[in-house]
Design a protein around this ligand. Structure first.
Ligand code: SME
Length: 163
């Protein structure tokens, strides 16, 4: 695996395409994305997927593949956290300073900013890609595009597997 300059989002995107073409399943793709983003993007200090369990009572976001420190938040209801906000609105949520957002559920004392991007399967939220950074305002519009691209690839792959 090549070492990326963290500024070079284009290179990261190519690496994501490579991981996508080499992954046989959605699960392998999610694992590959967490490893790639966590190892090569210096500000992406925790990278993980939460999958939506619609049939749970109440419906839950359940921790899936991740890289980074262990988190106490393995199951998150839709009305809690930045994760719940992204899943229930179906919109990307970027928080530049987690201390200023009352929705934030703390994973690590080092986390300063966070992005959560929903994953859609046939138009419905099936999960999300969550990234925490030890840096304030770590996620620029280019980062957001890269992370949304990853979420779209996973959504397409889950859609194929569900077909
Ligand atoms: N901070 C998230 C919880 C998950 S951890 O970041 C891994 C939230 O507020 O929903």
């Amino acid at each position: 695996m090549v070492t990326l300059n963290p500024q070079k989002i284009d290179e990261a995107r190519k690496e994501v395409d490579r991981v996508n073409s080499e992954s046989r399943t959605a699960d392998a793709l999610m694992e590959g994305i967490t490893v790639l983003l966590n190892q090569h993007m210096l500000k992406y200090n925790w990278v993980g997927f939460y999958m939506f369990e619609e049939k749970a009572d109440p419906p839950m976001l359940v921790l899936g593949r991740y890289q980074g420190a262990m988190t106490p938040h393995t199951r998150i209801p839709l009305n809690q956290g930045i994760c719940g906000a992204a899943a229930s609105s179906g919109k990307t949520v970027v928080v530049d300073d987690v201390k200023k957002d009352s929705r934030y559920l703390a994973c690590s004392l080092e986390t300063k900013s966070e992005i959560v991007v929903p994953i859609f399967v046939r138009g419905k939220v099936a999960g999300e890609l969550d990234i925490d950074s030890h840096f304030l305002a770590a996620f620029s519009s280019e980062d957001r595009e890269l992370i949304e691209y990853c979420a779209q690839l996973v959504g397409k792959r889950l859609e194929t597997e569900a077909a």
